[in-house]
Design a protein around this ligand. Structure first.
Ligand code: GDP
Length: 282
């Protein structure tokens, strides 16, 4: 997405009325998606008088903020069972890195966690998570490459339960949302965890690269159908992408963004703050 999108809008239309077609094109280029773009344009059309750039920006901000639900209650452990969190998404989005950063974020809050190297498919994914685990002093449960991630997650849950570990963070293999068999494998991981606790996994978070365009909405839709997403982790916000696609995912599928990744280090991981995000997006 174009960086400083709304700044360029203000500059472009300074001193002259906003051109509707150009505005529509800019919103679409910002990856906000067609429904969100229409919503913003309708809200602007309802305003009396000629539209200037500053009011276009403030109305757009308001409309975008409206699609983000109020922040969920803070993530807390369950009273007696491990809280299982699945991290899913396509390859290269930052899944393994985000799973590790998430563990770091939890340990800073003094919660205990166990990492599961459930990406038994990508070469070096297990070692990558193990190396993170060593750095963070968080144990990693691993199996063999080519092994069954559902069985691995099932056993890891038992281990976490036995040892009163509060959070079980499961990395999973990157998969194309178009690959039915892999999506079914993901559903199996979910079903297997639910044998331990019908509520598990308690969170299923889709990792989305902020530099990805509208294709991420398609990814979200397919992953949601296969695994029931509870949120998005928006990565690489430190890069050229502003993550407009998170708005499209919230507007079209009602899936909130929960965390953002802003770099490759453990500490580059924060809870999503809608207002801050929108100010930076615009
Ligand atoms: P996976 O295939 O989805 O598991 O992706 P990885 O976790 O291996 O990440 C792919 C690349 O993206 C790695 O080089 C990571 O260091 C990098 N990466 C992950 N998250 C971020 C982020 O928030 N910002 C930046 N700049 N790089 C990231």
């Amino acid at each position: 997405m174009a960086s400083g999108f709304f700044r360029s809008l203000v500059e472009k239309f300074r001193g002259r009325p906003v051109d509707w077609e150009e505005l529509e094109e800019m919103l679409l280029r910002a990856d906000l998606g067609v429904p969100m773009t229409i919503k913003i344009l309708e809200a602007l059309r309802e305003r009396p008088g000629t539209l200037d750039a500053d009011s276009a920006v403030s109305v757009a901000k308001e409309e975008i903020l409206r699609v983000f639900p109020p922040p969920p209650p803070p993530l807390r452990p369950l009273p007696a069972l491990p809280k299982a969190i699945l991290v899913v998404g396509v390859n290269g989005t930052g899944k393994t890195t985000s799973t590790a950063k998430f563990a770091s974020w939890l340990t800073k809050k003094k919660y205990s966690c166990l990492l599961v190297a459930g990406d038994t498919f990508r070469a070096a994914a297990i070692e990558q998570l193990e190396s993170w685990g060593n750095r963070l002093h968080v144990e990693v449960v691993k199996g063999q490459y080519g092994g069954d991630p559902a069985a691995l997650c099932y056993d890891a849950w038992s281990s976490a339960k036995r040892r009163n570990i509060e959070f079980l963070l499961c990395d999973t293999a990157g998969r194309l949302h178009t690959k039915d068999n892999l999506m079914q494998e993901l559903s199996k991981v979910k079903r297997t965890l639910a044998k331990h606790d019908p509520q598990a996994p308690h969170e299923c978070l889709l990792v989305v690269d902020a530099t990805t365009g509208s294709n991420a909405v398609v990814q979200a839709r397919e992953f949601h159908a296969a695994a029931g997403l509870t949120g998005v982790i928006l990565t690489k916000l430190d890069g050229s992408g502003k993550g407009g696609v998170a708005v499209a995912i919230a507007a079209e599928l009602g899936i909130p963004t929960r965390f953002v990744g802003t770099g490759e280090q453990a500490e580059d991981f924060q809870e999503f703050q809608a207002e801050r995000f929108v100010n930076e997006l615009l």
